[in-house]
Design a protein around this ligand. Structure first.
Ligand code: BG6
Ligand code: MG
Length: 216
């Protein structure tokens, strides 16, 4: 195995606790459309792009709509979501995430973002995380959603790092698959029930060290 010279991080659910805001906004939309949307349903949306998420939501509600109406609904959900995240600050960085990124920088390991979100810059700026990244690939720069490896392949290319030297941190099953398809190692943040394909699964980044990373 090559030594590790770069780490690529998913954003929602790995670095910041934004999954709850996505959930509240989707639930509000479902309720407006006349059906309920549970936290369990929401698991299917993690790591999935905005339009793909809407399609899953409509399938759950048994609702069929034309593309123009769907575009309007996706925009409506996003306006609510942006309103919720506009008040975010660094207190919503997940436990251990900032400490681990700082430790990586001190050891000369490169750091990139690999997120499906088109709101990533707003979140990074509100939480003060932007300056830590050597490369930022978000939903405005990709055309293929995870589990397609595009987001991580572009990240490695922008860092000038070979995929074999990269480790991806992800909370979504689709993200772990994307990492594997990109030829990278992965660390799942969450439960091994859903992230079992990762090289290592952790409940959070709290207490995780660079020395432990280098053993992967
Ligand atoms: C992913 C989230 O990071 O970004 C998904 O896990 C979300 O839940 C996707 O749908 C797209 O986000 P946005 O902010 O562009 O709607
Ligand atoms: Mg995520």
């Amino acid at each position: 195995m090559s030594s590790i010279t770069a780490c690529l991080f998913d954003l929602d659910g790995v670095l910041v606790d934004t999954a709850k805001y996505h959930y509240i906004a989707w639930k509000r939309l479902a309720n407006e459309l006349g059906f309920d949307f549970t936290e369990q349903d929401n698991e299917r949306l993690k790591g999935v792009s905005r339009m793909a998420s809407l399609n899953i939501l409509l399938e759950i509600g048994g609702v069929t709509l034309d593309e123009i109406t769907k575009m309007a609904l996706a925009e409506k959900k996003n306006a609510w979501y942006v309103e919720y995240i506009s008040n975010m600050d660094k207190s919503e960085i997940l436990p251990g995430a900032l400490e681990f990124i700082q430790a990586l920088k001190e050891r000369g390991i490169k750091v990139a973002l690999g997120s499906a979100s088109k709101n990533a810059m707003l979140i990074l700026n509100n939480t003060g995380l932007t300056p830590y990244f050597d490369a930022i690939i978000d939903g405005t720069k990709t055309s293929q959603a995870k589990p397609d490896p595009e987001v991580f392949t572009l990240g490695a290319r922008e860092l000038g790092t070979e995929p074999e030297a990269c480790v991806v941190f992800e909370d979504a099953e689709a993200g772990i698959e994307a990492a594997t398809r990109a030829g990278m190692r992965s660390v799942g943040i969450g439960s091994s029930e859903t992230l079992g394909q990762a090289n290592l699964v952790l409940p959070s980044l709290e207490g995780f060290t660079v020395d432990r990373l280098l053993e992967l």
